[in-house]
Design a binder for this molecule. Sequence first.
Ligand code: NOJ
Ligand code: CA
Length: 706
Amino acid sequence: MKYNQFKAMVITIASLPLGFSITYGAEQTSPNGKIRVHADVINGVPTYSIDFKGQEIIKPSTLGFELADGPDMMNGFKLMDVKTSSFDETWQPVWGENSNIRNHYNELHLCMDQPEHYRKMDLRFRIYNDGVGFRYEFPNNGVMTYFIIKEEKTQFAMTGDHKAWWIAGDYDTQEYDYTESRLSEIRDLMASSIYPNASQEQFSPTGVQTSLQLKTDDGVYLNLHEAALVDYSCMHLNLDDTSMVFTSWLTPDAQGNKGHHQTPCKSPWRTIMITDNACDILASNLILNLNEPCKYEDTSWIKPIKYVGVWWEMIGGGKPWDYTSDLPSVRLDSPDYSNAKPHGNHPANNENVKKYIDFAAEHGFDQVLVEGWNVGWEDWFGHSKDFVFDFVTPYPDFDIEMLNDYAHSKGVRLMMHHETSGSVRNYERHMAKAYDLMDKYGYNAVKSGYVGNMIPRGEHHYGQWLVNHYLYAVTEAAKHHIMVNAHEAVRPTGLCRTYPNLVGNESARGTEYEAFAGNKPSHTTVLPFTRLQGGPMDYTPGIFEMDMSKVDPNNNGHVNSTLARQLALYVTMYSPIQMAADVPEVYNKYMDAFQFIKDVPVDWDESKYLAAEPGKYIVAARREKGGKDWYVGCTSGEDGYEASLSLDFLEPGKNYMATIYEDAKDAHYLTNPQAYSISTKKVNSKTKLNMKAAPGGGYAISIKQL
Ligand code: NOJ
Ligand code: CA
């Protein structure tokens, strides 16, 4: 049977509820034949369903749009044409988990008319061995030119009350802990004390964010997300918990509309990963493959970054970003700080920054992030938020020229910081000058941030307007050969393939929460299944002091992780930008463990996921870019994880020296997080190691070829 051939014959699905059956006009399978998409226009309504290994995994689900400025695109469609094709190519990312990525799919393309309104709409499905992507396309037929989306109505009909790892729907933050529950439990759990949050605009009692990880009772892992979110609102999912049908729910703009579009245009891809092996979800390249190839001709300036920063002492240590709490009388155009009284506790000062530069140079880090270097922090929460930062005026104790020269003389760069405070109009106004300043002093990477409510007022972090802004900031940065790591921006959807200077995002609950609220010990076993599906996260691992009162006597926080697990995160949480987030004084106490952070690469030729279960454990192994050495990381949840680790991924016949950084026998994330042991062992591809991660623990291994 040829799977990649469009079947002209009509397929009858007999296994539908209530004894009725649907006849589909079109179908297409994955290259290996295991996933099959059926699609058609049924009684005028575009509809699809998906089988996995002969079993229905997505029940008949309808597709369409409600429009704000005209008749809906929900029904009255006619199927005019069906086209099929296949594609198979291998491409090389600028940076990544693997140096080669295979993009292999069969395509099914439905062309539809809505004759009553003289409109056209196409549906394009791409079926991979590990899932499906589909999108809407709106050709310009001269009749439908502009349109305003009231709501996208894409259904994902589940076959049961699956287990889910979810966070509540929200238009402005993704910085939540994940909850593991049945779909039927979401309503009650969301209503309980888990989510109420003053800044949260929760749109529905059962609305959740993507990427959403699911597991059926038959052990099938499903993941719902989107790819190539460009000029469109971010999609959330609203669950009907009687029928277990998710329907898309886009982020509104300030007027409540969900998208302004002009034909020809297309939606992002809606993605459904489907596999019965959890490791396949982690290894999937579906989202990257659905994005367009790199748009830059020259990418030689884009380089992975390992960095330290003047940061944790503010986030966890209670020190201020601002130089003075007095508001200068003259604002940013010509700041007059002569009368403002410095509070004398400002970490972004010349002496302290030099200390970090020395530390970075001594230990081989590429960059030093400095936050709180520019004026505006003293009025961050002030009334004139529209004008808070200008991104070019350093505080008096930060000598931008001297510090950059000093860093460069030691082979280190400073990393720029642009906190926009959500005042995006203000940022766009100053962006050209801000990037020029970076060029002038030799910065090539910026950490940007979008904390707080958006200006223009009423816009949301995940609406179309902001989605366009985040990409504008990236493409403008590219003109200056600047890499971008944007915090609080929309969660990524694989755009780093097309624009690889987007080296990172936060867009989820990062290590910073360990400093004030704590993360669940299982958090880092869930993020790679969810947030990381769209692209790398600047998670900022590497915290060695878990008792926050030792950092700041006023902070009673606790980092819910063992020290060995902090090392593992450099392997399990893939990112080309990785911070060693703790302060030099702490690292100096644990130089033997710090060695792993110094050694671990941030770019890879090959990655393998050896064992995984969301909420419980992840074990990953990666081979360094252009080398023969391997690095293994394991992160575990509340129960810990004990299993034999086979090193059969090593090159047969070669010997290696493994350095094993693991939890000590009595380690525990709460009671004994800093108990670790380090040992060395000669290993080869036949070696099996008995490894044990403590509760909230993990291990890291460097394996160097001899
Ligand atoms: C939130 C970011 O996630 C954090 O890293 C940063 O330090 C603060 N905003 C201030 O910009
Ligand atoms: Ca944040």
